[in-house]
Design a protein around this ligand. Structure first.
Ligand code: MN
Length: 152
């Protein structure tokens, strides 16, 4: 059951990366290849073809290094950090927009002293993330900056 279906029409922002009547969940139920990440399903209803989620990466934390056929549309709404998209690393600041194309390696990292909170829009029906195998990791690490950035 999504939070949104049982929640009132308006859920007030708590000022700290949370909303009223919206459960703060584990990032991934089965994942271990991430650090200090929480997830809130803001909008998740059959009437929409998408899900709108909020993820928060705690200071020093990171999301999973992954790729998949579906795309992500992201807006940073708290803190700052960096993101790997394909073959480049980008700094992230408040209200920056990020588009993760299909089958593109990506990983979000918060700074050491601040969380990185972002809204993330995805198709409701989507493929499962793929993790890098040894060959993919070797290829990613051919770029020295990427090799130093990624966590897996
Ligand atoms: Mn992803």
């Amino acid at each position: 059951m999504s939070d949104q279906q049982t929640a009132p029409p308006v859920r007030a922002y708590g000022g700290d990366g949370t909303w009223a009547s919206t459960e703060v969940r584990p990032y991934k139920e089965d994942g271990t290849i991430f650090k200090a990440v929480t997830r809130q399903n803001l909008f998740d209803t059959p009437e929409l073809a998408c899900q709108w989620r909020y993820f928060e990466v705690g200071p020093g934390g990171h999301s999973t290094l992954e790729r998949h056929e579906h795309v992500h549309a992201v807006m940073v709404v708290r803190g700052e950090g960096r993101v790997l998209v394909g073959d480049a690393i980008y700094p992230l600041e408040l209200h920056d927009l990020v588009y993760i194309p299909s089958l593109t390696w990506h990983q979000f990292r918060a700074g050491d002293d601040e969380p990185l909170g972002f809204l993330c829009l995805v198709n409701h029906e989507r493929d499962r993330p793929q993790l890098p195998d040894a060959e993919a990791l070797t290829h990613l690490r051919e770029d020295e900056e990427i090799g130093a950035f990624i966590r897996c």
